[in-house]
Design a protein around this ligand. Structure first.
Ligand SMILES: C[S@@+](CC[C@H](N)C(=O)[O-])C[C@H]1O[C@@H](n2cnc3c(N)ncnc32)[C@H](O)[C@@H]1O
Length: 288
């Protein structure tokens, strides 16, 4: 899948997440533990506090939406948006089950949110912006949605060398599919916003001030490499799309090789896959 036709790319992204929605939701416990510290840092950098109105972009099954909703309290409001209706339904159900009635959901492409101008105090986007073929458009939409003085904060993966598991998955999948290595920073891909300096530049171009990016270590701790591959299988990872080109036997061979390589991260205490995220934020100028 390439971004030469952004609209087709987004249709494919939506379809992939529609299919993987249940799988991603079923992994919520692991995802929550994996991203707990990074999520707290994201909410802090967006200056989210009691009573605020917050926009959650590419909210998925709503794990971070619930964190935001708890932080703003019943006097606040959270709008969770996502391109996939099915995954957003999980976010809605999860919020209801948690008794968080001040959460609303709306299906929307991050690049075409069309939110009412300045209608939110802050916006967040956890592991979603990198899937946008035109991330600048998405940041411009977020910029428009927050009030002057409001912050937008996002989490994405950093460079390939600091996310070795993604590299192992991708190179093994491509090798088995007989496809040449790809540019890891290809727009719309998992690591597309990991290029040093790129996010800051995009935030500035979108009109933000007080822009900063910090590295956040987010190791993924599970029992085994096999558990990590279960997580990958249940997500709409590009790995699934690449392996989808192969027959069952060839897929099984690719998974087996990935598991063997990923065992490097096994220790007597369990499996710990290194991951590094970038936490970027910026403020809509007060004078806007
Ligand atoms: C890795 S999941 C992250 C979900 C959630 N934020 C979390 O951290 O658990 C990526 C999400 O981005 C959504 N997404 C991908 N492209 C999008 C776009 N252009 N606009 C809105 N959402 C998008 C997918 O549907 C999916 O729910």
């Amino acid at each position: 899948m390439t971004t030469s036709n952004p609209e087709q790319f987004k249709v494919a992204t939506r379809q992939a997440w529609e299919k993987s929605a249940g799988g991603w939701n079923s992994q919520t416990r692991h995802i929550h533990a994996w991203l707990a510290e990074a999520t707290e840092a994201m909410l802090d950098s967006a200056r989210i506090s009691s009573g605020m109105r917050v926009l959650d972009i590419a909210a998925g099954a709503g794990d971070q939406t619930l964190d935001v909703a708890r932080r703003v309290g019943p006097g606040g409001h959270v709008l969770a948006t996502d391109i996939s209706e099915t995954i957003l339904q999980f976010a809605k159900d999860n919020a209801q089950q948690a008794g968080l009635l001040h959460v609303e959901t709306r299906v929307a492409d991050a690049e075409g949110l069309n939110a009412v101008e300045a209608s939110f105090d802050a916006a967040v986007c956890r592991l979603g912006l990198m899937f946008c073929p035109a991330p600048l458009k998405a940041l411009q939409q977020a910029h428009r949605a927050v009030r002057p003085g409001g912050y937008v904060s996002v989490l994405v993966f950093s460079e390939p060398q600091n996310n070795p598991c993604i590299g192992i998955l991708m190179s093994t999948a491509l090798k088995h599919a007989g496809v040449p290595p790809r540019d890891p920073f290809q727009p719309g891909s998992l690591l597309s916003l990991g290029k040093p300096g790129l996010l800051d530049e995009l935030f500035r171009q979108a009109g933000f001030e007080d822009v900063s990016t910090a590295r956040v270590s987010a190791p993924f701790r599970l029992n085994s490499a096999a558990d990590y591959l279960t997580f990958v299988r249940t997500s709409a990872s590009p790995i699934m799309q690449i392996l989808g080109m192969l027959d069952q036997q060839a897929q099984a061979a690719a998974w087996a090789e990935m598991e063997e390589k990923l065992r490097t991260f096994q220790s007597p205490e369990g499996w710990e896959g290194p991951n590094e995220l970038l936490l970027a934020c910026g403020m809509r100028p007060v004078t806007d």
